[in-house]
Ligand binder design. Structure first.
Ligand code: FAD
Ligand code: NAI
Length: 429
């Protein structure tokens, strides 16, 4: 390992503590925006130099929204004291005794280097869970990052272009235009909703002759929208089943091959695209950490987000990669964002040696929304459950107001307007 000496500037201390944040997702970005920079010298390490507004990610897979409309560049929106305080790198190893985290540049992977910290916050999120099903990693698309959405969008366009090229048999066209979504959680349902809208509003005009051969299958092993109220599950289920060109299959997918999937009853289903949205699991970096974990391999933290088993008390973890002992919370943006804000405040008290001012983190769920297609959504907030057009209005306005900057709050409605009046852009590039 190339043990580069840290630049002197990094080791020489100001009165401020050195805080290193791993990750620029919901948890890390929220902490970064709220932490008191007068008390901390903040360094951020992340393989992503932007924040991604995941609730609208599915909309970019078909062009309802454009990719850059749902991201915020970290350097622009959370300016650093020194431009070298952001590292486009990934953390690969932690040395708690030396208070050092080792990083690898994602641009130049041979460049490995240490960063020293006084406090470390692990907010590295999670990865899609393949559950060890054969062929998933090789043949399925995930929907977690912007690059995933872009790959899906290109593949959908390619399949339609291939379907109209000379020499295709009817069977080949059907296979190309059969889109399979594995997992009926909110990710799978919202992607299915966007795909349904795209087919109905744009494909029906642009590929009218092929419409008979287009099909979308949502394959769910148990219950769709597992984290939503039962009535809303039934509402969404009914809507999906009523939809032309869409079916809901109750089965587990046991194999994903290049042009087909295999279901638990042994049936083989030909398809041209498989999107795997079957849940999440721990990242390799999280797995590599020698720290107490849950059964799902999340880092165990106490109710003030201190990592259990870290005697120095200098390491915190939050968001999808962590779990509060005795208080299980859903792996959502809502939780990660609030934990980030909470920790910013707590760190301020720690810097002032006012530990007694820090109260435990408590999550109060303000509810969930999910788009189900055809200008309908489901709203599941405490004591209020409803689905339909009004829910869709709430869904759009809630996410519009939650977008973190005015640039995005302007950009997103412009995209909605453009795709509604002029159709979605189906250029391949
Ligand atoms: P993330 O937001 O995933 O961020 C992790 C960060 O860590 C990233 O910047 C990543 O690049 C970085 N990283 C990864 N590895 C390393 C490493 N080794 N070193 C340093 N940095 C690293 N939740 C809701 O509440 N509402 C919704 O509507 C909603 N919609 C969603 C839609 C989709 C399509 C998806 C996929 C998820 C959705 N979620 C939603 C869930 C929500 O996005 C996650 O719960 C949330 O992103 C978790 O935040 P996090 O900060 O823990 O992780
Ligand atoms: P999830 O865990 O919520 O759902 C995954 C689904 O896949 C489950 O219903 C499971 O039964 C099914 N499944 C697993 N293996 C399967 C197989 N082999 N074959 C068929 N089905 C299979 O995962 P999701 O949707 O990725 O969500 C992850 C987290 O992000 C959740 O906490 C969710 O609440 C949150 N999220 C919230 C959104 C919202 O509030 N609108 C949108 C997207 C995600």
């Amino acid at each position: 390992m190339n043990r580069l000496l840290l630049p002197k500037r990094r080791l020489s201390t100001t009165n401020r503590r050195r805080l290193v944040i791993l990750g620029t997702g919901w948890g890390g970005y929220s902490l970064l925006k709220n932490v008191d920079r007068k008390k901390y010298d903040v360094t951020v390490v992340s393989p992503r130099n932007h924040f991604l507004f995941t609730p609208l990610l599915a909309s970019t897979t078909v062009g309802t929204l454009e990719f850059r409309s749902i991201i915020e560049p970290i350097r622009t929106n959370a300016p650093f004291r020194d431009e070298r305080d952001f590292h486009l790198s990934e953390a690969i190893r932690l040395e708690p005794k030396a208070r050092t985290v080792w990083c690898r540049s994602v641009i130049e992977p041979s460049n490995l280097y240490p960063i020293a910290y006084d406090n470390l916050v692990i907010a590295v999120g999670a990865v899609p869970n393949s559950f060890g099903v054969p062929g998933v990693e090789e043949n399925a698309f995930f929907l977690k990052e912007l690059a995933d959405a872009r790959a899906i969008r290109n593949q959908i366009i390619v399949n339609f272009e291939l379907a109209v090229q000379p020499g295709r048999t009817k069977e080949q066209v059907r296979q190309l235009l059969h889109f399979v979504i594995v997992g009926g959680g909110p990710t799978g349902v919202e992607f299915g909703a966007e795909l349904h809208d795209f087919i109905k509003q744009d494909i029906a005009k642009l590929f009218a002759t092929e419409m008979d051969d287009v099909k979308v299958s949502l394959v769910e092993a148990s219950q769709i929208l597992p984290s939503f109220d039962k009535r809303l599950q039934r509402f969404a289920e009914k809507r999906i089943q009523q939809r032309e060109k869409m079916e809901l299959l109750r089965a587990a997918v046991t194999d994903v091959r290049p042009k087909e999937i295999v279901l638990s009853d042994g049936s083989v289903v030909p398809c041209g695209l498989t999107v795997w949205a079957a849940g999440i699991s721990a990242r390799p970096f999280t797995l590599s950490l020698d720290l107490p974990k849950t059964k799902q391999s999340q880092i165990l933290v106490d109710n003030c987000l201190h990592v259990k088993g870290d005697s120095s008390g200098s390491i915190f973890a939050l968001g999808d990669c962590a779990s509060v002992e005795g208080d299980v919370m859903p792996p959502t943006a809502q939780v990660a964002e609030r934990q980030g804000r909470y920790l910013a405040k707590a760190l301020s008290s720690y810097a002032d040696n006012k530990e007694s001012h820090v109260v435990p983190f408590k999550f109060r769920n303000s509810g969930m929304l999910a788009y189900v297609g055809g200008w309908e959504a489901v709203t599941d907030v405490p004591h209020i459950k409803f689905g339909g057009f009004h829910s869709w209005l709430l869904w759009r306005s809630a996410y519009l107001t939650r977008l973190g900057s005015w640039r995005l709050r302007l950009q997103v409605p412009v995209d909605w307007f453009k795709s509604f009046f002029y159709g979605r852009d189906i250029s391949r590039f």
